[in-house]
Ligand binder design. Sequence first.
Ligand code: HEM
Length: 264
Amino acid sequence: MCVEASPKSKCGGKSNCGCGGHGKSAVLDARVIRTIKFGEEAAHQCSCSGGGRCPRHYLAPTGYVLGGFLILHLAVNALALWPGRFQAAVNRLHSLGALLPVLEISLAAVLAFHIAVGLRLMRRDKLKFITGDHFHGSPMRQWLQRVTAVILLAFLVFHMAVLQRWFGGRFDPQNAFSSTSHGIWQFWHGQATGSFPNLLFAQFYLLGIFAAVYHLTNGIATGAEVLGLVSTPLAQDRLWRICVIAAPALLLAGLAAWYAFVVR
Ligand code: HEM
């Protein structure tokens, strides 16, 4: 077993996903999606089959698209520190008119695809801690990537059910700040604002923010290696450092929004 494209590689090869099992690189093409192999027969530990398309070739680009949205989402939400500016940003978004549902549906499709591939990838190893140097990053980073994926999945279902208007959620674009704040902080109807159940749900948002920031920043660094965007150890290390610096900045944006919606 070797990591062919990795700089830590013990063998030379053509694969660019780094798992060592592929000769071909994958593109997002409907015809090849059917050929993704999820690894029951895998002999190496990148969680793919070694013979077909590596699932990480699909997780990385879709993760990048989702990441672009997440950064925008956290930045706009941080404006909630100034409710007027937050409302103005929401108004600007909603002035996109018919384009907005198109963008939302496209994003939902990308998310659904990422989740479907991610869950199938995790079906074999689940949340087991797998050692070995076959992952981009490290076994711990890889394990946390999966743990945060599970937390994120639970959080996203909850978050969308509570706020997304398609599912009867409480977000009202006309009253962006107060409707979001009520959705997060008074989730449990009939309970006082600071009651234990409402406190619990507000804490869940904190967990979701931490999980999202880790999953995104670690994923940007490892995804770039998977896609062969950073091929030298120096470039990989530089990108990892940028991600380590970006993580607290994103976390700060998420926590600022949480403070604005929950505490103030
Ligand atoms: C806003 C939401 C999300 C973003 C921005 C995001 C982003 C990313 C990125 C950039 C990667 C890196 C790809 C790589 O290194 O191979 C990744 C991997 C992954 N994501 Fe997500 N993701 C999100 C949500 C989810 C959810 C809800 C799940 C639940 C199943 C999930 C499951 C996974 C899995 C299993 C991996 C691969 C871990 C591995 O290689 O073992 N992601 N994600």
